[in-house]
Design a protein around this ligand. Structure first.
Ligand code: MN
Ligand code: MN
Length: 472
């Protein structure tokens, strides 16, 4: 039988009319491929130290100050590379452009908080000769993913005298780790009959931190006492100090290359530190922007953007007022509104990659795939787009053109099938201020799990996309 062959005319018509999906890898030059690998090394290093939002801010500050960024409250007039640090948990950077702020800015947002377990204010107790910590989960977790794995304890204690103490146990390879044991299968008959949302109750997320007693045999709660003694010797803290602390229980394992071909990175906290890293590293490579280029990394996105370090706070406005002062634009509400309404923003956040094992949950024509470039999510929300952010078609067109002109490999993205679930990002809060904004970030597998997976070429493409945008 003769093989059917498409006519040249059909092929050219298809090329003209159809939207195609591209692999990032196919678009890369040999030089690009080296950059992808090198970029992944730097990103993994960032992920491994930036294990909490505060650590993210520290790392980002280090990157920025090395490149000449100065604190907006201390910088001399005329300084063009500025940072705004809110309480060590929200960080914004700006490189002021040649045009006045009122002609609009370019903003890339992201968030640097990730789902985890927080220690309760009175966490430490002893039971059956073990020292144990009570936790309160933060953000959308599947609780069963947090048992039977190595955990680290990272955070900040502010003592009564105001001294700030940094806690870190479990991240160095030689450190001991903490863990939450799971019930043995032999005694799990009842547990295994329960729903997945219930079989590990939140109050069972108790972390074992000690097992050896204090030497005085007559003392009560000897293991708890010995644990407090160790903490006190190492950090100078007491039990009451936990009340004024933010200590997070996070996965102890470092980010690793994944896949035999090392094409991916698996690790904790990539939602959304991947976009924070891509945004910051992009800004640091921008030279002489026309429009003021801003990167802002928010806290508290995972609990609905509440609080004074969140996207609902006035942090961005406050930074913009200072930038107005710095650039000689009168710091008025009217000018602030102009900056927003003439501005453009990308909401950098990860999107759900189609998981072949659960493909029935996704809408394959519209959802994104690993290795196929940065995902553009025109709208978020759940059900009938409730609580979402829906970008204007004019703006979506502008972003598409920018990406195509800069050879950015992009794809459409969305969070699964309609009515299966859904979610939102910080985009809607900025949209409310009047700025044009669209969600834009790399696809990820296992989102919110302690071991999320991203493709190296998607991450690099995301960085390239943000750089093109911040330079526009
Ligand atoms: Mn996110
Ligand atoms: Mn998230």
């Amino acid at each position: 039988m003769k093989e059917k062959k498409e006519s040249a005319r059909t092929s050219s018509l298809k090329e003209k009319l159809l939207m195609e999906k591209f692999r990032v890898w196919d678009s890369l030059s040999e030089e690009d491929k080296v950059s992808v690998t090198e970029y992944a090394v730097a990103y993994k290093k960032f992920l491994n130290s930036a294990r909490t939002e505060r650590r993210c801010v520290t790392e980002i500050l280090l990157m920025a100050t090395q490149r000449g960024y100065e604190d907006i409250y201390k910088a001399p007039k005329g300084c063009r590379k500025l940072f705004f640090n809110s309480r060590g948990k929200l960080i914004a950077l700006a490189f002021t452009g040649s045009k006045p702020l009122s002609e609009g800015v370019r903003i890339v947002t992201s968030h640097i908080d990730s789902p985890r377990l927080d220690l309760k204010p009175n966490p430490l107790y002893e039971d059956v000769g073990l020292a144990i910590l009570k936790t309160h989960y933060y953000g959308g977790i599947k609780k069963y993913q947090w048992v039977a794995r190595s955990l680290a304890m990272v955070g900040t204690v502010v003592r009564q005298d105001g001294k700030v103490v940094e806690i870190q146990i479990g991240l160095d390879p030689d450190d001991p780790v903490l863990s939450i044991p799971d019930l043995l299968p032999h005694l799990s008959r009842k547990q295994m009959e329960q729903k997945a949302s219930e079989f590990i109750p939140a109050e069972n997320l108790n972390v074992i931190i000690g097992g050896a007693p204090y030497e005085d045999k007559e003392a009560s709660d000897r293991v708890k006492l010995a644990t407090l003694d160790l903490l006190n010797k190492r950090y100078g803290i007491t039990e009451e100090d936990f009340v004024s602390a933010e200590i997070e229980i996070v996965p102890a394992e470092p980010a690793r290359d994944a896949g035999l071909d090392r094409s991916m990175i698996a690790g904790y906290g990539q939602d959304d530190r991947v976009c924070a890293f891509a945004g910051v590293s992009a800004l640091l490579e921008v030279d002489e922007p026309e429009h003021t280029a801003i990167v802002i990394c928010y806290d508290k996105e995972e609990i609905g953007s509440e609080g004074n370090t969140s996207a609902k706070s006035f942090a961005l406005e406050n930074f913009l007022f200072e930038l107005m002062e710095m650039t000689g634009l009168e710091a008025t509400q009217r000018n602030l509104r102009k900056i927003f309404s003439n501005g453009k923003a990308l909401s950098g956040d990860v999107t759900a990659a189609v998981d072949p094992t659960y493909s029935e949950m996704y809408e394959k024509r519209n959802n994104s795939r690993i290795g196929h470039g940065i995902g553009i999510t025109k709208y978020t929300g759940s059900g009938g787009k409730y609580m979402g952010s829906d970008a204007n078609a004019e703006y979506a067109s502008w972003v598409r053109r920018l990406f195509n002109d800069n050879k950015i490999i992009w794809q459409t993205a969305g969070l699964g099938k309609v009515d299966e679930g859904g979610g939102g990002t910080v985009a809607k809060f900025l949209a409310n201020a009047g700025i044009d904004i669209i969600d834009c970030g790399p696809p990820i597998l296992g989102m919110h799990s302690p071991f999320e997976i991203c493709a190296k070429d998607d991450i690099w493409m995301c960085h390239k996309a943000y750089k093109a945008f911040l330079s526009s």
